[in-house]
Design a protein around this ligand. Structure first.
Ligand SMILES: C/C=C/C(=O)SCCNC(=O)CCNC(=O)[C@H](O)C(C)(C)COP(=O)(O)OP(=O)(O)OC[C@H]1O[C@@H](n2cnc3c(N)ncnc32)[C@H](O)[C@@H]1OP(=O)(O)O
Length: 266
């Protein structure tokens, strides 16, 4: 597959894949998600790749799902088509990152919103620049019950996740670090170098043992109910994005939802 909406850069044992639609805030088009999936599949089978970094070209990590593309391609979907598509692509994509058999690091700058936040939350580790912020404003801006994969309470704690989602507000990189959601905060200019060095340090570990360790750590979350609660939320989310309340907002158009997202998260 030729990549247009992502970059794919191998640096020794590290693979850096970036959202590459900077003129659209790195919003995740259908094509971008397909390319990201293809890159994950390739990287999974490439024994030279030991650590995966997911970042964003330009100012922002990602503005989330591309609302224009989503409305154009799937605006007239039935509830059944909607559930099937989102289960495979939105939830599926996030879980394929979560289950990726090698360590993953989100390299986050600028805006990391909703679907973008879901990608970062699906990574094992998060390095953020001091200008980064995280938000999931779609309750307010779209009338949807958060994103498809509700990882927030697992990485933030229930209390903070409730505040973030109920208000539609933002978490700064520094606040994310204080809450344990972000591993490191660095200056914007240092973000790429720092993340690469961090990844190179991790890549020194024996790869098979690393794979087993990640498997065990993720299973710890599964035993605590992670996967069951993620799947349950997906169904709830799909109900919330099939209601009259939701469609009344969505029918106002993609541009007003983008504007709504900006207002809710400020
Ligand atoms: C369950 C749902 C999950 C989801 O993920 S829904 C999506 C939720 N996301 C949002 O609500 C994002 C709202 N957007 C913003 O807050 C801002 O935008 C940004 C912080 C991302 C970027 O701000 P700035 O750097 O000032 O640029 P700009 O002029 O606002 O945007 C650049 C271009 O990007 C388009 N864009 C931004 N977000 C999206 C999006 N999510 N889907 C489609 N397009 C988007 C804009 O419209 C514009 O485009 P043009 O230059 O043609 O006017």
């Amino acid at each position: 597959m030729d990549y247009n909406d992502i970059t794919y850069e191998k640096i020794g044992h590290v693979l850096r894949v970036c959202h590459n639609r900077p003129s659209k805030g790195n919003a995740q088009s259908t094509r971008l998600l397909a390319e990201l999936d293809d890159a994950l599949d390739r990287a999974k089978r490439d024994n030279d790749v030991r650590v995966l970094i997911i970042g964003g070209v330009g100012k922002h990590f990602s503005a989330g799902h591309d609302l224009v593309d989503g409305l154009e391609l799937r605006g007239n979907y039935t509830v059944e088509q909607h559930w099937d598509w989102e289960q495979e692509h939105f939830l599926g994509n996030a879980m394929r990152i979560w289950d990726f058999p090698k360590p993953t690091i989100a390299q986050v700058s600028g805006a990391c919103i909703s679907g973008g936040f879901m990608v970062a939350n699906s990574c094992d580790l998060v390095v953020a620049s001091d200008d980064a912020y995280f938000s999931d404003p779609v309750l307010h801006s779209m009338g949807a019950a958060a994103v498809e994969a509700l990882v927030h309470p697992w990485v933030l704690g229930l209390r903070k996740a409730k505040e973030l989602l109920f208000t539609g507000g933002r978490i700064s990189a520094q606040e994310g670090k204080e809450w344990g959601m972000v591993n490191h905060v660095v200056n914007r200019e240092e973000l790429e170098d720092f993340t690469l060095k961090f990844a190179e340090q991790i890549a020194k570990a024996p790869p098979h043992a690393m794979r087993m360790l990640k498997r065990s750590l993720n299973r710890t979350a599964d035993i605590q109910g992670f996967r069951g609660s993620i799947n349950a939320h997906f169904d709830t989310h799909t109900v919330s994005s099939s209601t009259k309340e939701f469609w009344d907002i969505v029918n106002q158009g993609a541009a007003s939802m983008v504007e709504g997202g900006k207002k809710s998260s400020s």
